[in-house]
Design a protein around this ligand. Structure first.
Ligand code: HSE
Length: 404
């Protein structure tokens, strides 16, 4: 019997305990022996919980127990979670985590410790929740050079944008609704400002490049400035506004960006709605592929965490090399990326056409029914830097959104 401990008995931690219980028999058959839960580390009052007897507040008890071979970290954050995971790995235990902040910030160090100890540090649930993406990148796609990863990697913002598009409501209104339904955190900053997606794309870029990416270097813009009017223009253009995290390989290196993007209806990410996530991967030999599913939530995320536990259990005493090197990957400046842009400006097209074409060159003007006193236009492809210079000079502008 292989013994485990869960650190953090919140949504994902209790889901992990549940998955171990629900699929106990199938997991035992796959591993060749049973996986059981010996401890749960948590400070909250769990009186009456069916696993009350396993709960402890003493991490030392777990780290010093040689029977515990696998630690499941579902606490979140980079404080105690980092201290405990590091100590567990140093004690020779393997770790499965759902914590993207931990992986983005300390992944490189934790992988190195795991390797030195012939243990493993696995993190499938840290990106895309229950969607398999990390293992496919390491294993199934190991014959490819991955040229692009573009994903809807945040369920909260996708839920908000989908509702805004369907109901014509404003960001703040839908955010409140998402919070009351439990889809958005009380403090939604990480999600709505794009930091959560930024951590996820930095992890995926580290995997495909084989080098450490500092998440702070990813250019991140969130969805707080997207309005009901923007959605109306998107509809006229047969596009959907999505928060897209992209990593692109070029001859010079990698770009990594998170921002709202207007996607055409031909794009595979266009129909991904609600809390669902999807990750589009383009390989140089595979071509296009897409991974779609539940990017968050108790059981889907726990499914990925326990899949890592099973993988570790089958490889006890060995290091599973889902690692990248400690060499830093300097991301290319996103300002050199090229694309088309959608712009909204005040006034009438006929009065401003000359000024706008002089500034931006050929553009396609757009008007949306019911929106008065303004218009939109789509530029030709240009670099972010060129666009920013022109946009800066534009009078009476309202907003701009990238095209995908
Ligand atoms: N807050 C995240 C989301 C949870 O909304 O997708 C999963 O990482």
């Amino acid at each position: 019997m292989i013994k485990t401990a869960i650190l953090g008995y919140g949504t994902i931690g209790s889901g992990a305990a549940e998955v171990l219980e629900i699929n106990k028999k199938a997991i035992a058959e796959r591993v060749g022996e049973e996986i059981s839960l010996k401890y749960i580390l948590d400070r909250k009052d769990v009186s009456g919980d069916k696993r009350e007897a396993l709960v402890t507040t003493d991490f030392e008890k777990i780290v010093n127990d040689d029977e515990v071979k696998i630690v499941i970290e579902t606490m979140g954050g980079t404080g105690a979670a980092y201290t405990f995971v590091k100590a567990a790995l140093e004690a020779g235990k393997s770790v499965a985590t759902s914590n993207k902040a931990l992986v983005a910030k300390y992944g490189t160090e934790l992988m190195e410790i795991a390797k030195a100890k012939n243990a493993s540090f696995l993190y499938e649930a840290s990106v895309g929740g229950g969607i398999p993406i990390i293992r496919p990148l390491y294993d199934a796609l190991c014959a490819d050079e991955v040229e692009e990863i573009s994903g809807i990697m945040n369920g909260t913002t996708n839920f908000i944008l989908t509702k805004m598009a369907k109901e014509g409501s404003d960001f703040s209104e839908v955010l409140k609704e998402a919070q009351s339904l439990g889809f958005a955190e009380a403090d939604p900053t990480d999600d709505v400002e794009g930091y959560d997606a930024g951590r996820k794309i930095s992890i995926l870029t580290s995997i495909v490049s084989g080098k450490q990416v500092n998440f702070e270097g990813v250019h991140m813009e969130g969805i707080t400035k997207i309005t009901a009017e923007d959605m109306k223009y998107a509809l006229v253009l047969d596009r959907a506004i999505k928060l897209v995290a992209t990593s692109k390989k070029t001859d010079k290196g990698y770009y990594a960006v998170v921002s709202p993007v207007m996607l055409p209806d031909s794009h595979p990410l266009y129909p991904v709605n609600g809390v669902f996530n999807a990750i589009f991967v383009k390989g140089n030999v595979l071509g296009d592929s897409m991974f779609y599913g539940s990017g968050a939530g108790m059981l889907p995320t726990a499914s990925a965490v326990i899949a890592d536990v099973v993988n570790i259990a089958k490889n006890l005493g060995k290091h599973i090399p889902y690692d990248w090197s400690k060499e830093e990957l300097k991301l290319l400046n996103y300002e050199d990326m090229t694309r088309k842009f959608f712009v909204r400006a005040s006034g009438e097209v006929k009065e401003r056409e000359k000024e706008i074409t002089e500034l931006f060159g050929d553009v396609a003007f757009v008007e949306a029914a019911g929106i008065k006193g303004e218009f939109g236009f789509v530029t030709e492809e240009m670099s972010e830097k060129d666009f920013a210079g022109k946009y800066d000079k534009l009078n009476n502008k309202i907003t701009r959104i990238r095209l995908g």
